[in-house]
Design a binder for this molecule. Structure first.
Ligand code: AHR
Length: 503
């Protein structure tokens, strides 16, 4: 099969947000305890943070990490998680005991260890504007008032200076503790925002949203003037109740739906006059919805199934390709999407699987690493002039998917063009001709190939590198053209040093 890709480094679509490749950790199952934090592990440091996990995360250069939830946040009281004596509480969201040994100060230390900015999601379920704003006091005031002094007494004389704060999590959903109506939500967000901003006017505020016009009309009319971001979530394979992961072809069909949440939110912001002033944060996203069935069951069957989230064979090359397509779409929307947070970072459906003896880097980790470490600077115009399609669902209204999905970024300071090329086809390679328009050409290129023996390949404890990235240098026969073959079910990243035009 043959495809033709055109790249025009002279046509910039906008800048890649430095917060685009973000993360999320939640107190759910082994996401925090047994994931990033494990006091009993010989692999942890003296404060209980898993060093091997932290090193794998550092290698992704995480710009921002959101915490503590998710649904967990909507009944979480931050004071339970600070100070020398921690009070275990009952976590009403996930119906387990929360030891509170990992709280605000441990989270901020974890962020410092991996080099990420912290992003705190506050409790707009059972919480109040007072509790939210007092959390800002604890983290950001130098020493004024009892909460800042509490932090100092806890051993942190310097303020933590947390810049990113979300008001609530999915408070529109009946599943959320303390869910609210659209009218209630607009007023609540306004009053919480005023209280939080009165403590620290420099913070950036997010509010839980969903692409619903009624919800956002109330939210933005009442509180739009206080918000910097709107928070939306997206999962495509609905595994909450039934853990039957979609097969490869259906996952490729799901890649077609990626633009929907982003575009719906753009249209709502535009209709209400906030496009360009309020940025979009897709601050929870994953191909796979988490599995937590029978959440309100009266028996133990709400707990046992959660272990199914940790099965590594669930996370195949389909997940890596979906991750790449999600970032390609986010790059195409670089003027409106300012942050995304993979949900979650460790264990559950995460990039990293942590077990007693070590870690497994799932295929999604390797795709994430290619983008987070190279796709930065400016997004430049890229389109396919020839793009063979394949059928993913003959009965569907749209039965086919294009094989190639690509995006390109230009780092002018380094004179480097990066082209991310996904071949979604499950069986066939694609012979790709790439034309680079405009001045500046390259004579050589480096090609990173994330490939696997089959579309369903995965990494596991006993076979941690079945899916891995390899690198090769290629010579360019023509100064503006490249031909290369991309393997079936693969993510490829081309790095081209651009030779500036003779002046
Ligand atoms: O399935 C996990 C949950 O997904 C998160 O806690 C919540 O924010 C979202 O509904």
């Amino acid at each position: 099969m043959r495809a033709v890709l055109v790249i025009d480094p002279g046509r910039s679509l906008g800048r890649v947000s430095p917060l685009l490749y973000g993360h999320f950790i939640e107190h759910f199952h082994r996401g925090v305890y047994g994931g990033v934090f494990d006091h009993n592990s010989p692999l942890s440091d003296t404060r209980g943070l898993r060093i091997d996990v932290a090193e794998a995360i550092r290698a992704l250069h995480p710009p921002v990490i959101r915490w503590p939830g998710g649904c967990f946040a909507s009944a979480y009281h931050w004071r339970d998680g600070v100070g020398r004596a921690r009070t275990p509480v009952f976590d009403k969201a996930w119906r387990v005991e929360e030891p509170n040994s990992f709280g605000t100060d441990e989270f901020l230390r974890f962020c410092a260890l991996v080099g990420a900015e912290p992003y705190i999601c506050t409790n707009a379920g059972t919480g109040s504007a007072e509790e939210m704003s007092s959390w800002v006091e604890y983290c950001n005031l130098d020493g004024e008032g009892s909460r800042a002094r509490m932090r100092t007494a806890n051993g942190f004389a310097e303020p933590h200076r947390v810049r990113y704060w979300s008001i609530g999590n999915e408070n529109y959903g009946s599943w959320e503790i303390g869910a609210k109506s659209a009218a209630e939500w607009g007023r609540f967000v306004r009053e919480a925002a005023k209280a939080m901003r009165s403590v620290d006017p420099s913070i950036e505020l997010f509010a839980a949203s969903t692409p619903d016009i009624e919800w956002n009309l109330a939210l933005l009319r009442e509180a739009g003037e206080y918000l910097n971001w709107i928070s939306v979530h997206a999962y495509w394979d609905p595994l909450w109740e039934t853990n039957e992961p979609a097969p490869y072809e259906r996952c490729m069909a799901y890649t077609r739906a990626i633009p929907r949440t982003i575009e719906q939110t753009e249209h709502i912001l535009g209709a209400l006059g906030f496009l360009g002033r309020i940025k979009i944060a897709v601050d929870e996203w994953n191909l796979r919805g988490w599995h937590h069935p029978h959440r309100w069951s009266s028996t133990e069957d709400y707990l046992t199934p959660r272990g199914l989230n940790d099965i590594n064979s669930t996370y195949t090359m389909a997940d890596a390709i979906f991750t790449a397509c999600f970032f390609n779409e986010s790059l195409r929307h670089c003027t409106t999407v300012g942050m995304t947070n993979f949900s979650p970072l460790v264990n559950v459906r995460g990039l990293v699987y942590a077990h007693r003896e070590g870690i497994v880097l799932r295929p999604t980790y390797h795709a994430f690493s290619l983008y987070a470490n190279r796709m930065s600077g400016e997004v430049v115009d890229t389109w396919a002039e020839v793009n063979p399609e394949f059928t993913v669902d003959a009965a569907a209204e749209e039965p086919t998917v294009a094989s190639i999905d690509a995006a390109a970024t230009l780092d002018r300071s380094k004179g480097r063009l990066h082209v991310a090329i996904v071949n979604r086809h499950p069986e066939l390679p694609v012979d790709l001709s790439i034309e680079i328009r405009g001045p500046g050409t390259a004579r050589s290129a480096r090609l990173y190939r994330l490939e696997s023996p089959s579309p369903d390949s995965y990494n596991d404890v006993d076979a941690p590198e079945t899916v891995a990235t390899r690198c090769e240098d290629i010579r360019l026969l023509e100064p503006r053209g490249i031909t290369l073959s991309v393997a079936p079910h693969s993510v490829n990243l081309l790095e081209l040093p651009l030779i500036p035009p003779a002046t």
